[in-house]
Ligand binder design. Sequence first.
Ligand code: AVJ
Length: 319
Amino acid sequence: RTINQQHHNITDLSLEPNDFLTDVLQGLSSNPKMLSAKYLYDELGSKLFEKITSLDEYYQTRTEIDILHQSYSTISTLIGEHVDLVELGSGSSKKTHILLDEQRVNSYIPIDISTSMLTNTVDQLKEKYPSLTIHGMVADYTKPFSLPALGGNKKVTFFPGSTIGNFEPSEAAMFLKQLSQTFNKEDGLLIGVDLKKDQHIIEKAYNDEKGITAAFNKNVLTRINRELQCDFKVENFQHHAYYNTSKSRIEMHLISTIDQTVQFQDQTFAFTKNETIHTENSYKYSIDSFQKLCLWCGFKPVEVFMDKNQWFSVHYLEV
Ligand code: AVJ
């Protein structure tokens, strides 16, 4: 795709429109029906997720920020000086400020699937860090992509938020293995992982009182209606999130509250009452199961940082 955001210094490798159509048709034709979690992040979806990160029930973001602040001196020693910092799924980059403040970063490459979120974030960062080289990339990092020519400095990849939990464990392994193969000897990976804990704490984090998570989940149907000319009656679907203990994952679903059909392109999709569309998984790991996964993928765990409740962990890994 042409670089159409030169003035923001952004490379746009975003999805071809028909990827969305193909994936949605495939997901609604599968049994059970599903949609890929990456489609939750259109402009409104990204804004709703940013609101989720400030919710009382959603412990993950504030816990990770606490860990980054508490362990900053060790983390900054591990990261070193004059690094190229690549962030996968950068969003508002609000956690990255902790790493950017120390001027130890030579260049920052935020990668996000939402063009609008990335453009706004890059503009804000240029204001705050005028001397920092910033090169944004609109990309689906779950697919192979090549980074802009970096300055040959040490590269540190920052993958916060436990977004690794969105992958199926086998896909997470494949993703981390492919990532490790792009690393040179001294490069580092700083990755956040949400840990297994009391399932009620996890379930509350995905069923907030204000209904922001419900709006975030249902927004994907509004996006399909708008971008793919579909006619989902969004009010006939209900947000549902529950912890699947046997799989150690929270699942988000949209439950059809009635028997209904949805016209989509030249197809009709039938939903029986209580049938769901599975819209997201977020796997929760134990420290040693995640560290074993990393070893298998060619990463060597160097340091793990945890909060006092042991709810969340941040790992620094090298190849
Ligand atoms: C951004 C994928 C880490 O899985 O907790 C938040 C997305 N979904 N509330 C997560 C999300 C529902 C979040 N990640």
